[in-house]
Ligand binder design. Sequence first.
Ligand code: NBX
Length: 799
Amino acid sequence: MKLSTEQFKHDFEERLTSKFAIELAKAGAQEKYGALSSVVKNYYSSIWAADNHYKDESNKKQAYYFSIEFLPGKMLKSNLLNLGILDTVREGLSDLGIDLDEIALEEPDMAIGNGGLGRLASCFMDSAASTGLPLNGNGIRYRYGLFKQKIVDGFQVELPDSWLDNGNPWEVRRYDKAVEVCFGGEVWLEDDGEGHFIPHYQNQERVLAVPYDTPMVGFENTTVNNMCLWRSEVPKDLDLRFQNLEYMNQTAMLSSELYPNDSDYNGQLLRLKQEYFFVSAGLQRILHHYKATKQAPITHISDFISVHINDTHPALCVAEFMRLLIDEYRITWERAWNITVKVMSYTNHTILSEALEKWPEEMVKSLLPRLYQIIIEIDRRRTAELLPKVGAKLVHSTRIVKDGQIHMAHLAIIGSHSTNGVAKLHSDLLKDVELHDFYLIYPERFNNKTNGIADRRWSQIANEPLSKVLDETIGKKWRSDLKELKLLESYKEDDATLQRLQEAKYEDKVKLAKLIEERNGIVVNPTALFDVQVKRLHAYKRQLLNVFHIMKLYFEIKENPTADRTARVHIFGAKAAPGYHYAKAIIKCINEIARLINNDPDIGDQLKVVFLENYNVSLAEVIIPAANVGEQISLASKEASGTSNMKFMLNGALTIGTLDGANIEIFEAAGYENGFVFGLTKDEVYDYYKNSNYNSRDIYEQNPLVHRILDAFVDGTIPNISAEGQQIFDSLTTYNDEYFVLRDFNDYVRAQEALEKCYQDQKAWTQAALMNIANAGHFSSDRTIREYADDIWHIKAKK
Ligand code: NBX
């Protein structure tokens, strides 16, 4: 949009007065943020309204991304950038003596997601709008987001994230679009005499679902999509005086808290209720909108909408859509089933068995009696149809209902036309191993969509120094088409460019060093090698491998404090699920190791260890640009894709990583010589599984360095970790090291040594960094979302 600095200043000052009855000189940061966000909302509102009108009129197909989590982070700068007014607003504010970066801090992170899965959903929202694709989000407006992490005496403490206390300037409550979602009670069917069975319900618990719409503003275009988040309320016609407290609480709880578990299946009744709540509300709204805006009969709905099931949490979409089509719109089972399969598609994000959702049949039956009938019927019909074609063995292994449980991934695969993994290796594993039996029955449904990142946030917003170098080297086209970064390759031998890249990195590191000092009181040297591991804390991600290597460095420096070596800063950011004790033990150990090392005068500047608490999107925006090295060291086969690996690459960090997830595609794109690969391959891991011949105790007994490091966890070398150190020691020796940490340790050390050697040659290092940046184009989520649009949803971009 077009906006002059003068106009902006006028709008801003006017809004400050009209909204807060205060003049600029007296306004606090919160008021300035309130006024600014309100002005920005005003700027996009007319574009939003016009695009909604266009979508209704043009009759084009739209897709809906159903996700129980979204992780957008802050929205202010992203909206400014996408509206094309970031510089104007920065300048205008500066004229008024206001620093945009300071006001931006007032916005709480919108953190209604746990990690990669939720962040990917938000990258997709950004990219869809920015590529003009009609994709809308559908989720839950949790009152409390992902817990805030405090580190107290080295331990993780969880505090509530009450992110809505000061309101949310971006959202629009649409009470007129509220729908009812019902739970429990009894249901019976009655023949209407025309071959149709009409369900009758009694004693159901009713909940009102109220949608809150948040606009997803496209980058320098006229697309504004919608992220619809549902809030649970008590229906207004219920007389509150006669409602019991339990019901009132339950209703409020539904959209109250995000389950803070990633990669861990959590079978709570409330969780199942949340899943049905946003699924039912979302589908009802879609159908109402269809009826209100389309001339076509309901049986044509698959020409107009696609519904995407992001992991299994919204898998009830399959059964609920069937229910709505059959019960509410009176469509025959066969037609409804054909439509449902055409409309639905599903993404799998993990092969970890503990994350695969299954619900006890009894629970589904009592909470969702009609859906239960439908699920049983889907399973029965499919069994009857497939038995003669594929045989009992395959039918049984792929059944939705078995052993008293409802298998959500099975429901999602069977009830949709597309199942995809999130990186090549992961998609292959799904086909060849984890979902092989489904692949035998439905080979055409399986495909890969390698993840991507909303590159504008991770470069233009988060890394201004680098963006400036890129603008001045290859021009500005990369800002709208990340593939343009490839042009940078021709500057690989240009010393001036290499120099400028180094300067930009240094600037980013100074900024992070300042933050580390402010937050942790640790002074780090920005010329040191910044080695970063930021992601959820999970055993399979192997933060321990990194920690063991740090202990090795510590021992070496202690033995020879005056040797000439590369100074290093190891930076961690990680939240552990509150009930995941092992992960919390690792956090405690990292913090105690940090305390030990950072306070040892022998160590000095040669090695620092920093654990930054409360890792979230905003913190990532400061940490990742400053990294020299990104740690992507999961056990091969376990990390479905990873997406921070792509953010590091784009910011010119070199990857040290296993051949896992999207790392492989990153190494291929950047060149293996521009990263540091180590560790078992997925085939080697599967061989160990097949032969059951891994024995971690042997490594502990036979490798003196491993022995010494592990002992340090239990012999007092690392103070204050007697219980936690023992837990880690036992898991790696007595319980056979589930994720092969000890097995991969030597090779990891080798890769770390190669990396350190390379860092000593700053020219070679920066050339490798340049090659990473130049080849990051493929990992834009603009590319990923176009693939979903073309191959799965068949939706078209606005011209
Ligand atoms: O999804 C993550 C994967 O671990 C990453 O490899 C991948 O890059 C990312 C995006 O595709 N999965 C993830 O974040 N899962 C969850 O957060 C999760 C949350 C709740 C739950 C199971 C998994 N019950």
